[in-house]
Design a protein around this ligand. Structure first.
Ligand code: NDP
Length: 465
């Protein structure tokens, strides 16, 4: 069959994406570095094989595709992408388009986009794991309008659909904008996961609940405001039993979290942008601490075990999660406002919230309300949108009780408490940085502004001592 589309890299994501593309009616040619993988993929494609052309070399892949070609790269981010782009240089022309669909750092995508490649280039963020790639991921595309127009039909056909039927694939902006939005998505994903693990910790170590008792709590929360994929799977994780010893699977898993670095990129970029994202930063920090298991063991040996009965209810924990989630997303969207300004991108925040409603790991019903609140006024911080301000007023007392109880019993709540501290800064019209400005003027003559607007920029330091 005649095809305009190719895919390189038949690993977990590439294979699933290729089957999804074929299933939606788009013939596709595929190639994998290790040839046996290509053959095994083709042999396992069933009736979709009729729309798939396996290639055993990069050259035959390109020959199998009719110009104008679109070739999707699904290989590990970094050097593998640069290597593939270099190999394609001799084979493709200015009409052809190469799409990096891996988890690239958006700065790499920007750099590649600016390079003198003999073909067109775009970067797209794909979320939803293997299941999403196979049945409908969320897709955040970056690149020229022409490149998006060429790929729009295919990408929207393979994407997840929100409840209202809108495909969860959209054009985020030029060059690295798609991968940037995917990075922020992953930062928020880290934060959502961390906050869930914190309330899990409160149930386990503060309320002495066993995993089988915790599972139905998440299942119940999944019926309410917190309805989301991550709450749903957390209930399933807590419910699963270990096939080897019959106990809760969760209790047997080593408490050291892995990461591929996309959450860290969000925190690093937030610092470059001077955008406050403390919930995401706390989540990255907590993953890093989790990996230092030996140090934690030594810490417990010296300072004793944390935990003990906490005076909070399950309803408090649910409300704390609701507040924490709103605060975290408010920070993430605000970070994208900063990026849009610094990078001169026209990031459409309501469109981003709409793309995240289905297919991706952070999909949730709350994103419907966020899309609506951002559409009302994209420049307003989400905590000030009437719907979310109301939800926060209702849930903040519980967040305070939970954070206070955790602090008193030594149960760590880095993300939830960071969210609360940010909120309290954000509602303090008269902050405390006047002291910092006084100190800065004292040691560095940096000057300050006066509340009364009068013209005295330096303090009379020493005249009160
Ligand atoms: P896998 O490890 O499953 O597959 C990697 C693929 O890339 C294999 O086909 C491999 O070929 C190929 N490959 C590796 N190195 C090279 C190279 N130097 N040149 C050419 N081909 C190479 O990875 P995933 O499918 O999980 O991930 C692919 C991309 O998708 C990554 O950027 C990842 O971050 C991103 N992603 C992954 C998600 C997930 O849930 N797994 C979710 C969203 C994005 P070979 O068989 O020869 O080794």
């Amino acid at each position: 069959t005649q095809t305009h589309t190719g895919l390189i890299g038949l690993g977990t994501m590439g294979a699933a994406l290729a089957l999804n593309i074929a299933e939606k009616g788009f013939p596709i040619a595929v190639w994998n570095r290790t040839g046996s993988v290509t053959q095994a993929f083709y042999d396992g494609a069933g009736e979709l094989a009729a729309r798939i052309t396996p290639a055993d070399t990069l050259e035959t892949l390109v020959q199998a595709i009719v110009p104008p070609r679109a070739i999707i790269l699904m290989v590990p981010a970094g050097q593998a992408v640069d290597d593939q782009l270099a190999s394609l240089t001799a084979l493709l022309g200015p009409e052809d388009l190469v799409i990096d669909a891996g988890n690239a750092n958006f700065r790499d995508t920007d750099r590649r986009d600016a390079e003198e490649l003999p073909f067109r280039f775009m970067g797209i963020g794909v979320s939803g794991g293997e299941e999403g790639a196979r049945n409908g991921p969320a897709i955040m595309a970056g690149g020229s309008q022409a490149a998006w127009s060429q790929m729009q039909d295919l990408l929207q056909a393979i994407a997840a659909r929100a409840e209202d039927g809108t495909p969860c694939a959209d054009h985020m902006g030029p060059s690295g904008a798609g991968h940037f939005v995917k990075t922020v998505h992953n930062g928020i994903e880290y934060a959502d996961m961390q906050m869930i693990s914190e309330v899990y910790g409160m149930m386990r170590d503060g309320l002495a609940m066993e995993a089988p008792d915790i599972a139905p709590v998440f299942a119940r929360w999944n019926e309410g405001v917190l309805q989301s994929y991550l709450i749903e799977i957390s209930g399933k994780v807590a419910a699963a039993t270990d096939p080897l010893d019959g106990g809760p699977m969760l209790d047997m898993i080593v408490d050291a979290a892995g990461q591929k670095g996309t959450g860290r990129w969000t925190a690093v970029e937030a610092q470059h942008l001077a955008a406050p994202v403390p919930v995401i930063e706390a989540a990255v920090m907590a993953r890093n601490v989790s990996a230092r298991r030996d140090e934690r063991v030594a810490g417990e040996a010296r300072f004793g075990q944390a935990g003990g009965p906490v005076d909070v209810s399950l309803d408090d924990l649910e409300a704390a999660m609701i507040a924490g989630k709103i605060l975290c997303y408010a920070q993430g969207f605000s970070m994208m406002t900063s990026a849009a300004r610094d990078f001169d991108w026209a990031l459409d925040l309501p469109a981003i919230a709409r793309v995240w409603r289905a297919g991706c790991i952070i999909r949730s019903s709350m994103l419907n309300d966020m899309a609506q609140a951002l559409a009302e006024d994209p420049a307003r911080n989400l905590i000030l949108a009437p719907f979310f301000a109301g939800l926060l007023e209702g849930s903040l007392p519980a967040l305070r009780r939970v954070v206070a109880a955790g602090a008193l019993q030594g149960l760590p709540l880095p993300a939830l408490s960071a969210g609360l501290a940010w909120f309290d800064l954000m509602r303090q019209a008269r902050g405390t940085a006047n002291m910092i400005q006084g100190q800065r003027d004292f040691f560095g003559a940096h000057g300050f502004g006066r509340l009364d607007g009068k013209d005295l920029r330096h303090g009379p330091w020493g005249n009160g001592a």
